[in-house]
Design a protein around this ligand. Structure first.
Ligand code: GDG
Length: 468
């Protein structure tokens, strides 16, 4: 078996993981077997970072990390990756902030990743690169003579050609994406958008299997929806339902139904329109006022960015307005916390909830939708309200699918969910459960690795070792 090398922007060392284990860590748990290497940024900024990576070992896995300078962090991470690529890939052109010096910083960090990683590589390693921070990494590795199979997975949506054109240097980035052997997306729609860009911008047509040839490189664009460890999460929810936290939450509801939202505090997650929709529910359906409480957990993220600071201010104001308008002396309709909670606790909270509100304006997949389904009590399940613009909506069609730009329609869906008959809740839940159990994290990893392994030619040493 060749060794797996995972590369992502941020490497969460086991010793430094907080309550909010990232989606990637959880999703890759199955692929990262002892012997694997995970390479990326340590999360630290230092004046004079070492060119050579620091290496740590835990549970048989090697973690290779490098530090950033303050300038790298500003240009690569805050500037180009999160200030230009993230809004573009989430269709928010008004928020795209392109600065040439940020782009140069992005390219130079990708070059440094390649220079630090190359000496750690073996000739038959399979390299799996994650997300938009690292579009040009394969190109930089190829420049250094790396001929291994290299795959890339994009966790965000991909945009059609008219939008990609908006970003200066996008042709260069698209060409760089074509230095990977495999390029993976969550959905058919994103893969098609990528192939349309390759066609319209680079003038290359792909075959029906998503394969094409670009500057001598054979590339294959594939669909591989990410999932969760459904069984493990369901078990965690059963345990957590009996925890002190879940009990306190239930007692605090005083018999009311719980609506829950769990998101990183990010403008793509549609929190503003979700809060507006909830206020409309309370205004339009007075009978629901005494029957529901909404808990939004929105762990802070990317606080160095001005777009995120503005969002926080807007949400603070909305929460204040809604609660000021509708609260009664013994009831606060909207509970909003920006601190992360433990994953186990979260599982119990989902299980207590009657409504799961997953209403992003755009989202690559959205794992919260799958976690909510997995956590439900099969005999008395809650209702998932899901944005049609989350990748998850391509699969989870039995959720109440909403347009997150239509606050009235979302309020109606919340009302429908609160008054839904038990038989309909069961019918929808059973169909959703099947989908969530069908597209797990383990399957996501196995599928990607099988694409990446195809065409893998073992090195002469490996053939010799295997023969002995
Ligand atoms: C990107 C794409 C794609 C959230 N708050 C807490 C907490 N979380 C956990 C959730 C979930 C994860 O974080 C968030 O995953 P999402 O999929 O919703 O979103 P992104 O972070 O934006 O991830 C997304 C994903 O990559 C995977 O490809 O689905 O579309 O944007 O697991 O439960 N976890 C804990 N405390 C919190 O307060 N423990």
């Amino acid at each position: 078996m060749p060794r797996l090398v995972v590369v992502s922007n941020r490497v969460p060392l086991p010793s430094e993981r907080g309550p909010q284990a990232g989606g990637l860590t959880v999703a890759l748990a199955d692929a990262l077997q002892p012997g694997s290497l995970w390479f990326g940024w340590s999360g630290r900024r230092s004046g004079q970072p070492h060119a050579e990576p620091r290496q740590h070992r835990a549970d048989g896995i090697t973690y290779g990390t490098i530090d950033f300078t303050e300038a790298d962090y500003r240009a690569f991470y805050v500037g180009f990756a999160n200030g230009a690529l993230w809004p573009l890939l989430h269709f928010r052109l008004g928020l795209v902030n392109f600065r040439r010096e940020d782009y140069e910083g992005y390219r130079s960090v990708n070059r440094r990743f390649a220079e630090a990683l190359t000496p750690l590589l073996r000739s038959d390693d399979l390299i799996w690169v994650h997300d938009y921070h690292l579009f040009p990494l394969a190109e930089e590795l190829r420049r250094l003579g790396v001929t291994n199979r290299i795959g890339f997975f994009l966790h965000t949506p991909f945009v059609p050609p008219t939008l990609l054109h908006v970003l200066p240097r996008s042709t260069e980035l698209l060409r760089a994406m074509c230095r990977y052997d495999v390029v993976g997306f969550h959905t058919q729609t994103y893969r098609q958008a990528f192939l349309d860009c390759v066609h319209d911008i680079l003038g290359i047509s792909a075959g029906s299997d998503g394969g094409f040839l670009c500057a001598g490189q054979r590339v294959r664009a594939v669909v591989d929806p990410i999932g969760i460890d459904a069984e493990g999460f369901a078990e965690a929810a059963v345990q957590a339902e009996r925890s002190a936290e879940a009990r306190r939450l239930r007692e605090s509801l005083g018999g009311r139904a719980l609506a829950i939202g769990v998101d990183r505090l990010d403008y793509s997650k549609g929190l503003v329109s979700r809060f507006e929709a909830f206020a409309r529910l309370l205004g339009k359906y007075p009978e629901d006022r005494r029957h529901v409480s909404f808990l939004q957990i929105a762990a802070r993220s990317r606080e160095d960015s001005s777009a995120y600071q503005r969002l926080r201010r807007e949400l603070d104001q909305l929460v204040g307005d809604t609660n000021g308008r509708f609260s009664e002396f013994d009831w606060v309709p909207l509970r909003y916390m920006t601190r992360a909670v433990r994953r186990q606790t979260l599982a119990g909270f989902y299980r207590v909830a009657r409504l799961g509100l997953v209403t992003p304006l755009r989202d690559g997949m959205n794992l919260v939708a799958k976690e909510f389904v997995a956590a439900q009590d099969p005999l008395d399940p809650g209702v998932l309200i899901l944005s049609r613009f989350a990748g998850a909506a391509e699969d989870l069609t039995e959720a109440l699918i909403v347009n997150p730009f239509d606050a009235d329609a979302m309020a109606d869906a919340m009302h429908q969910g609160l008054s839904m008959a038990h038989s309909e809740r069961l019918r929808r839940y059973r169909a959703l459960r099947e989908r969530v159990w069908d597209t797990t994290a383990a399957k996501y990893c196995a599928t990607f690795l099988s694409y990446l392994g195809q065409g893998h030619v073992p090195s002469p040493q490996r053939i010799l070792q295997d023969a002995l």
